[in-house]
Write a protein that binds this ligand. Sequence first.
Ligand code: WTA
Length: 655
Amino acid sequence: MSDDSPEVFESVSHENRTFPPDATFAEHARIASMEAYEAEYRRSLADPEAYWAEVAENLKWYRRWDRVLNEEEKPFFKWFEGAQTNLAANCLDRNLENGNRNKAALLWEGEPGDDRVLTYFDLYREVNRCANALRQLGIGKGDRVALYLPMIPELAIATLACARIGAIHTVIFAGFSANSIRDRVLDCEARCVITSDGGWRRGQVLGLKDIVDEALDGVESVSEVVVVQRGRPEPFPCTMREGRDHWYHEIVRSQPIHCEPERLDAEDMLFLLYTSGTTGKPKGIIHTQAGYMVYAYQTTKYIFDLQPEDVYWCTADIGWITGHTYILYGPLLNGATAVMYEGAPNAPDNGRFWDIVQKYGVSIFYTAPTAIRAFMKWGDHWPNGYDLSTLRLLGTVGEPINPEAWMWYHEVIGKSRCPIVDTWWQTETGGVLISPLPGATPTKPGSATRPFFGVDAAILNEEGGEERAGILAIRKPWPGILRGIYGDPQRFKDTYWCKWGGAYYFPGDGARIDEDSYVWILGRVDDVVNVSGHRIGTAELESVFIENTKVAESAVIGVPHEIKGQGLVAFVTLKEGVEATDELNRELREMVASDIGKFALPERILFSSDLPKTRSGKIMRRLLRDIAEGKELGNVTTLADPSIVEELQQKYWAK
Ligand code: WTA
């Protein structure tokens, strides 16, 4: 952590309320007491290989592993070396054999109110037809396929179809701009893009195909574009390019409903998911087959304590890791029934989520703190207007949850009866690393509590000494750990393994540990900002601004935000003679929207004559954060120009 990092140690929460697991819940839970958790946890750490091999026995393998964990080329770990499997077959074929053939796999709800139920057999059939169609287009093992789709069943189907034929999927959240798609497609040299004519968002149609066309202009690697028709009965307006573009329904229609799954090696790539880091360039996080599968399976089973009758709803988008692991793979591996919703929580009104809970009888509900804070603001009468009595477990993910939001979630949604699992994890970790087990762990509002089985977490200082508050570190590899950054092994080592001489995985979060060994996540210690649970690197925005010829320099920081958790504020200095105008402000905002996406728009852009810098010219972002938080600034005499701080303070607090 540089001395310019956010001060994680200061924001220590003094929350001390404790909520034991609900007795009725615990009665039927897989792990029903803290003693049982402790015993299983100790066993998993004493011999992680034996533990994970035992878990893997529940899944389907074409060939068994020769070795559970190979650390010889650390940090390029290999799990289940020698094994062959197929994740899609584990999600689908295995369930047909397990008696789940006619059980609902996906309960899909479109934003305009249309719906569709896919049983495990329906999903099997649709995935196989799509997989056969992709094979016919010449796509196969190792090819990269980018998916830019709304939350419609075809997103789940196409993702699973890629997994079935061994193509590497990279799902791009449909809020990203054309430039972001282009960067990702170029980085992984995708051969195929799957998109739709459009998608619904708050009653409006977003023309996804047009955005893809713009993104692919001049991109040579992409030879096939597959377009799902979401517009009914007429497609949303879009143009199809002869020879490159295919309507999904046309190429899939006459395909056989069986498709031989590719036998994949344990460490063959499964997917890439791009995420923000501390540089301007997003990194393609690599996950592979077997370890990811085993980890997704086990965490879903225990953290959500899935039971055969559950109706499980994770409100994330498949464009983020939460959707990959806990909408698709984890629930399907467990034979669960999962709800998938296309649209916004406030379409057509603020009660939509509760309407869905009531309509499908949702029993497990997993969402983000930012959504919870929005619900709080909208008022209790929305959830109170619906029957939420089917709920039995609540979850949260993506950012630290403030105790007020936790309490509201507990009381208003959970009626003080449903346990809450606050799950800490990352794109890189593949699945949850720290979380309560709902039938066992007494919870404290704002704490992710204890590590999952096989996860050895520690809180360290810069030198690697254990602390009560400091930097979160993970000692042992777990099966779901990322295997690299696509095309950049050096960045992989530098980012995650350099601190503490490679002895620990460095996630980039600050944390503290309390007297009950509970972990409290305190937020990022690097220049990544968590806006509404979406990771955005401040350097990404800075590199957008700098592209404008009127801009001399910029520094972007994260500031506390009532609903989003954090918001972005940009400090921008302009070149000689350039005037700060509203017009320029708009211009810069448009650049952010078109280079990254609207979700990355800053709350404010502040123009100033200079930025606070050390005499060696380093921008003091910490001072900017202090200004934004209205803190006493103390001694600023080490700055090259101390007067600049006063100017910024005045401007920041002017309105
Ligand atoms: C933050 C999302 C506190 C954290 C699954 C992490 C959290 C980043 C929590 C990863 C939580 C995620 N409490 N902070 N329960 N869950 N975070 O890659 O800063 O989109 O490093 O993965 O979100 O974000 P990502």
